[in-house]
Design a protein around this ligand. Structure first.
Ligand code: ADP
Ligand code: GLC
Length: 494
């Protein structure tokens, strides 16, 4: 079968710009799709698009101006914005990354802002993808859009760029990584984004009820097909409980919506080779894990005792992640048990403050690092005994898959991708990879922590549990072919 021409666009891409799993997914999927078939990849012509944010400009030194794609003017009704493309390569890969170089929009402190032109910043990303293809005379078979930031692309393709025969066979896939962020802006922005005459093609209920429109809903309305990042989440977002107001719209496109569980790039996330950790180990020889535990506790300046389990948390601290369940669950254990808790996270201040309070109250047991730190995330995966992820909802989740590979059985709530990737440990059969609970309550979490601790004391069973998890395979080798099949299914659609 012929190789596909694939354009992948998103607001995040590891290692350049990352706040969460979206960045890892784009890196891993992009790398796999572009790797030659003889090396076990997909062998496709894949190109990734990312804004050249200030933080990217500071860290990437070898992105060269792409010939034929400089000084491109994009006309919006009230202003014309000029950009150029810089070309880089994904690390350990030949896959091109096209950085959209437009300082007036992207040289800001963060990836995301509350600035008045936020809608323009990401509308521009969609247009820059299409403008770059035009300059290169490169006709993608599929433009793969990810989350609300690229939600306008399918509509632009059908309107502003409909005249261009280059795109006559181009189809679009809209992947929802998180329905919690829908990209809402006032109706008046349709005019500034050059879509003023497209009111009939954005969600009419939102215009009527909120005088607003959503980038994500617009993408869902106009993309050729839709996907999300686990099978369970694909079902859940069609229900009022987890659809966040998009359930009706998604039900109408139910036939076009599929769930594909995210892959893990074990090139970056494997304790046997991970360059970010000092001690390495495998399922057959886990001795390095004990050393990682000692190193982690030393890093957090906590006393080490091999018998005391270390619980790890690495997370954005938002209501999605369910940490309010900690309030009535964790203190009891910290009071009663000889255990440690190592937390890395940043986000809502109520959660940051709560973890700080835990640290102040049990300074011998709790370590907290507030902020974003890639290598500490790897250390916590490797040095902890149990990973905590009590999410309220979770489209897929990567951290639980990382923790399985790092021999750190996860405690998760049975929702979204967590339900699809963690199976309950059963000491009778010695099967299972972690600990799950259903009800979103502190009691349910506490009961599961209690059950986990009882299993922790059964050293033989625990070793088996760890091995079961380490032997799971969520690699892109397994997951990415599902995307390829989905891309191919688009080719004969209109
Ligand atoms: P989400 O995308 O909802 O944040 P995922 O589990 O899919 O959840 O992915 C989270 C990713 O972000 C993981 O790679 C995790 O290690 C990383 N991460 C989250 N918070 C931090 C942090 N404070 N420091 C470093 N890495 C973090
Ligand atoms: C989102 C979700 C997370 C998912 C990630 C990558 O941020 O919250 O569950 O793993 O995207 O798809």
């Amino acid at each position: 079968m012929r190789a596909l021409r694939l354009a992948l666009a998103a607001s995040e891409l590891a290692p350049y710009a990352k706040t969460g799993g979206l960045a890892d997914v784009l890196l891993g999927l992009g790398r796999w799709l572009g790797r030659p078939e003889r090396d076990g990849g997909g062998g496709h012509d894949v190109r990734l698009f990312l804004p050249f944010y200030e933080r990217v400009a500071k860290t990437v030194s070898d992105a060269r101006p792409l010939p034929n794609a400089q000084q491109i003017d994009v006309r919006f009704p009230n202003r014309t914005i000029r950009f150029g493309v810089r070309e880089g390569r994904l690390p350990q890969s030949e896959v091109p990354v096209y950085f959209v170089d437009c300082p007036e929009l992207y040289f800001r402190e963060g990836i995301y802002t509350d600035d008045g032109d936020e809608s323009l910043r990401f509308a521009m990303l969609s247009r820059a993808v299409l403008e770059t293809c035009q300059r290169l005379q490169w006709a993608p078979d599929v433009v793969h859009c990810n989350d609300w930031h690229t939600g306008l692309l399918p509509l632009y393709l059908r309107t502003t760029y409909a005249w261009d025969r280059l795109f006559a066979s181009t189809r679009t896939l809209m992947t929802i990584h998180n329905i919690g962020y829908q990209g809402y802006f006032p109706e008046s922005h349709l005019d500034t984004l050059g879509l003023g005459d497209q009111r009939a093609h954005v969600h009419h209920g939102d215009l009527r009820d909120k005088q607003a429109f959503s980038f994500l809903k617009t993408g869902v309305l106009h993309a050729t097909r839709l996907s999300t990042v686990s099978r369970t989440y694909a079902r859940e977002i069609q229900t009022p409980e987890l659809g966040m107001g998009m359930e009706d719209l998604l039900q109408t496109r139910s036939q076009d919506l599929v769930g594909i569980v995210n892959g893990v790039d074990y090139g970056d996330w494997d304790p046997a080779t991970d360059p970010r950790i000092p001690h390495h180990y495998t399922a057959d020889d886990p001795s390095g894990k004990a050393k990682m535990k000692a190193a982690l506790l030393q890093r957090f300046e906590l006393p080490h005792d091999p018998r005391a389990p270390v619980f790890g948390v690495v997370s954005r601290l938002t209501s999605q992640k369910g940490f309010e369940l900690f309030r009535d669950a964790i203190p009891v254990f910290l009071q009663r048990e000889d255990m440690r808790l190592c937390v890395l996270g940043s986000g809502e201040s109520k959660h940051e403050q709560y973890f700080q309070w835990l640290r102040d109250t049990w300074p011998e047991k709790v370590g907290v690092y507030r902020g974003f730190q890639e290598d500490l995330a790897h250390w916590i995966e490797a040095g902890s005994d149990v990973f905590l992820m009590p999410s309220r909802f979770e489209p897929c989740g990567l951290n639980q898959m990382y923790s399985l590979r790092y021999g750190t059985p996860p405690i998760v709530r049975r929702t979204g991708g967590l339900a699809d990737t963690v199976s309950p440990w059963d000491p009778a059969t010695q099967e299972g990879t972690g600990f799950l609970f259903d009800e979103f309550s502190s009691q349910a979490l506490a009961g599961t922590i209690d059950w986990t601790l009882r299993n922790w004391r059964d050293r033989r069973g625990w070793r088996r549990l760890v091995q079961n998890g380490m032997r799971q395979d969520f690699s892109w080798d397994r997951q990415a072919p599902e995307y390829v099949a989905l891309y191919r299914s688009l080719l004969d659609r209109r």
